[in-house]
Write a new protein. Structure first.
Length: 370
């Protein structure tokens, strides 16, 4: 049976996620602001869950309808074929959000959607009380411009949780955004790769996973694996097929940080990701960057300086790193920052810029392609 799946993503990476889906031969891929949809069956869901690097999660869409009143919300949910997805003993909590809509109270919407789901399922199963002691199927709603969409969360934990980063330093970069930055740099394992502000090692680790073509979700579980809706074998098959698609090569991936604690965390995270042997981490000052290369790419996420005192420090850091970068040869640079005066403090205007969001922080990816 074919379903419609929706993948929320960081604003600015929709095209990258759509390209990922097309490489997986997923059907009817269409991108919108902050999300990309595709159509497919359970096997497509399993492959997408294990392979997509830029998606935040995968939602199975049940249906959409106009909802400008609580009565319309109740009747709209009650009209959906929820019994096709939710068994009589399943737990089905509700969560979601509302944007630019008349129904703005999330807690009230949650309560009404739950009541409508119970009403629909009670009629179908002929019971009034649900034990909710079986599989867990999270109902997720979004109400945008008075249109409500009801979905089921197939992922559980967000897809950025690859399983390799239980330890992190302050203000970490998400794995999904890091993968998007590596994609945008066009790094595929052939040149040198370096992150001189490596923090918890996310960018070098995602670069190594991309270079090896290792499925990012290979070592984690997904909520839909426990659903009776899908055969258990689809997940087993997807995991068994993935290692045969990996590459082997002589990769030159480097990460450094001024903090020795961050360097140690990065090493441990890389080991957990299975790429510890592919990345060289060391303590180093980015403002003294002088690594030699015949052809290399720097992809990095230095401190932004969101607070006033930190902003001055960030500007000084950008200025000093800029001097080091422009003195180095044969490196391209892809640097993410929210600082509105970055180019001035860095010392040169970027060759290209691309807007990205790091969580709720509006940033630019500055590209220096010397």
């Amino acid at each position: 049976m074919s379903y419609t799946f929706c993948c929320p993503c960081h604003f600015g990476v929709e095209g990258l996620l759509a390209d990922e889906m097309r490489r997986l031969d997923l059907k009817n891929v269409r991108a919108e602001n902050g999300r990309v949809r595709f159509d497919g069956d359970g096997r497509d869901l399993a492959r997408a869950s294990i392979w997509l690097r830029c998606a935040e999660r995968i939602l199975l869409e049940v249906g959409s309808f106009d909802a400008m009143s609580f009565e319309e919300l109740f009747q709209g949910v009650k009209a959906l074929p929820l019994e096709q997805f939710i068994p009589r003993n399943a737990a089905f909590p509700v969560k979601g959000f509302s944007i630019n809509s008349k129904l703005f109270s999330v807690s009230d919407c949650q309560s009404i959607i739950k009541k409508a789901a119970v009403s629909r399922l009670s009629s179908h199963y002929g019971i009034e009380w649900f034990p909710e002691d079986g599989e867990r199927i999270q109902i997720q709603f979004s109400i945008m411009n008075d249109v409500c969409t009801i979905s089921l969360d197939t992922s559980g934990d967000g897809l950025h949780k690859r399983g390799y980063r239980p330890a992190h330093v302050a203000a970490p970069l998400s794995e999904t955004l890091a993968a998007a930055m590596v994609y945008l740099s066009r790094y595929r394992g052939r040149e040198d790769f370096c992150d001189p502000f490596c923090g918890s090692g996310t960018l070098p680790i995602e670069a190594a996973l991309i270079a090896k073509n290792r499925a990012p979700g290979l070592k984690r579980a997904f909520a839909a694996e426990q659903w009776s809706l899908f055969e258990k074998s689809i997940w087993k098959d997807a995991r068994e097929e993935a290692p045969a698609k990996e590459y082997n090569g002589d990769y030159r991936i480097f990460g450094s940080d001024l903090s020795p604690e961050a360097v140690e965390i990065s090493r441990k995270n890389a080991e957990r990701a299975g790429v510890g042997d592919l990345i060289e981490f060391k303590q180093a000052d980015a403002t003294e960057f002088s690594r030699k290369t015949e052809r290399g790419v720097i992809v990095t996420n230095p401190p932004y300086g969101e607070r006033l005192m930190e902003k001055t420090e960030a500007e000084k850091l950008y200025t000093n790193f800029g001097r080091a970068f422009f003195a180095a040869q044969n490196w391209k640079l892809y640097l993410l920052s929210s600082h509105t005066e970055f180019e001035r403090t860095f010392g040169k205007s970027a060759d290209k810029k691309r807007k990205l969001y790091n969580g709720m922080i509006k940033c630019d990816l500055y590209m220096y392609l010397k």
